[in-house]
Design a protein around this ligand. Structure first.
Ligand SMILES: Cc1ncc(COP(=O)(O)O)c(C=O)c1O
Length: 381
């Protein structure tokens, strides 16, 4: 039986960006209008204003915006001089961008399985994957919770390897009181619209406390140029549009409140769903921004189709671990190589989430999910 949902006719969105826009319309519209009026669409003043604010927020000395989270990761690797022959250790349980950028630069992704409770790379398995060719580790802070950066940094230092945080999903989260993206040599994030801080198009940023890396990142973002038409290194066209910076500045005004709301909504889901499904485990020293609120269920296909009957949208982050993606077939991995990631990929399901998710909608989602998992239990009897 489909759970009853009453929302006065409004469709429940997986992430409700329209509602957010309604609430921030005045600020967003006026910021956009300002850009249309001054006309500096490339590297306009909003870009620097945003970078200053992002640096203060994360506590990083340098925040360098760029065109996407993928570009942030690629620029970070380019700034480290990554190329053919280099090995980059990362997690197989992430969005493809994390490992894709390694292959784009003709370096080799080396996967290490995850911690089954946090879904983040298992620091205790890192050392066995490090070789003389290892240049960097990209640790992803998945679903909005930071990986264990103290442990990762300690191991990396021992082997002179650089640590990059893929904080595409964790901007705003804290690890031992410190902000995501300021936990390792370079932090990278994404401003994809559905991310905790999202623009109205693609966007991203790199963060670092190393002045030399910051200057390389800035050059790489603009075709490797140090001054107009002088190119000491190879770079890309990786700038953030001024219009996106303007949107992000408007949204940033409410970001702290939104992070608080996300935490409360995440905690509430966990209370409502306790005992029915495997709810997210958040380390006591972490706060999660719940970019995704993701649980584990036994029969995901059935649960997803039951929720669909109740008009509840869900998503799977991610159904195929990276080592089993055809694009990485040449790396030579096979099923069974990373059993924890593979099990997670079979069982995870993400629920509607966002800072403006109403209590009644949340309750309806939880009730429908509990009902769907109970069906599974009944069927098993
Ligand atoms: C973990 C992770 N890394 C990297 C990216 C890439 O970010 P973007 O879509 O902004 O290129 C994403 C975005 O989906 C992501 O979730």
């Amino acid at each position: 039986m489909a759970a009853k949902i009453s929302r006065g006719g409004n469709k429940l969105e997986f992430i409700d960006l329209k509602k957010q826009y309604e609430l921030m319309k005045a600020a967003v519209d006026s910021r956009i209008q300002a850009v249309l009026s001054h006309g500096q669409f490339i590297m306009g003043p909003e870009v620097k204003e945003l970078e200053d604010k992002l640096a203060v927020y994360t506590g990083s000395q340098h925040a360098i915006t760029c065109a996407s989270g993928t570009d942030a990761l690629m620029i970070a690797l380019m700034a480290l001089g990554v190329g053919p022959g280099d090995e980059i250790i990362t997690t197989p349980f992430s969005f493809i961008a994390t490992a894709e950028v390694i292959s784009v630069l003709h370096a080799t992704p080396v996967f290490v399985d995850i911690d089954p409770r946090t879904y983040n790379i298992d620091a205790s398995r890192l050392e066995e994957a490090i070789t003389a060719n290892t240049k960097a580790i990209i640790a992803v802070s998945l679903y909005g919770q930071c990986a264990d950066f103290d442990a990762i940094n300690t191991i990396a230092q021992r082997h002179s390897v650089t640590v990059i945080e893929d904080g595409a999903q964790s901007f705003g989260a804290t690890y031992k009181g410190r902000r995501s993206c300021n936990l390792s040599a370079i932090g990278c994030t994404s401003f994809f619209p559905s991310k905790p801080l999202g623009g109205y198009g693609d966007g991203g940023a790199c963060f670092t406390n190393d002045a030399d890396l910051a200057s390389k990142i800035k050059q790489i973002r603009v075709h490797g140029q140090d001054r107009r038409y002088h190119h000491p290194m190879i770079g890309i066209n990786g700038r953030l549009d001024t219009l996106q910076a303007a949107v992000l500045l408007a949204k940033f005004e409410c970001f702290a409140q939104e992070v608080e709301a996300r935490i409360q909504i995440g905690n509430r889901y966990s209370e409502l769903l306790a005992g029915a499904v495997v709810t997210p485990f958040i380390e006591p020293h972490n706060t999660s921004v719940y970019a995704q609120y993701t649980v584990q269920v036994d029969d995901r296909e059935m649960v997803q189709s039951e929720l669909k009957k109740s008009k509840i949208p869900t998503a799977v982050h991610y159904p195929v671990p990276l080592h089993l993606q055809p694009a990485f077939a040449t790396l030579g991995y096979k099923a069974g190589d990373f059993p924890i990631s593979e099990a997670a990929a079979r069982r995870v399901i993400s629920l509607p989430m966002g800072p403006y998710l109403s209590k009644s909608d949340q309750r309806a989602v939880a009730e429908a999910l509990i009902e769907a998992t109970a069906l599974k239990t009944l069927a098993a009897r």
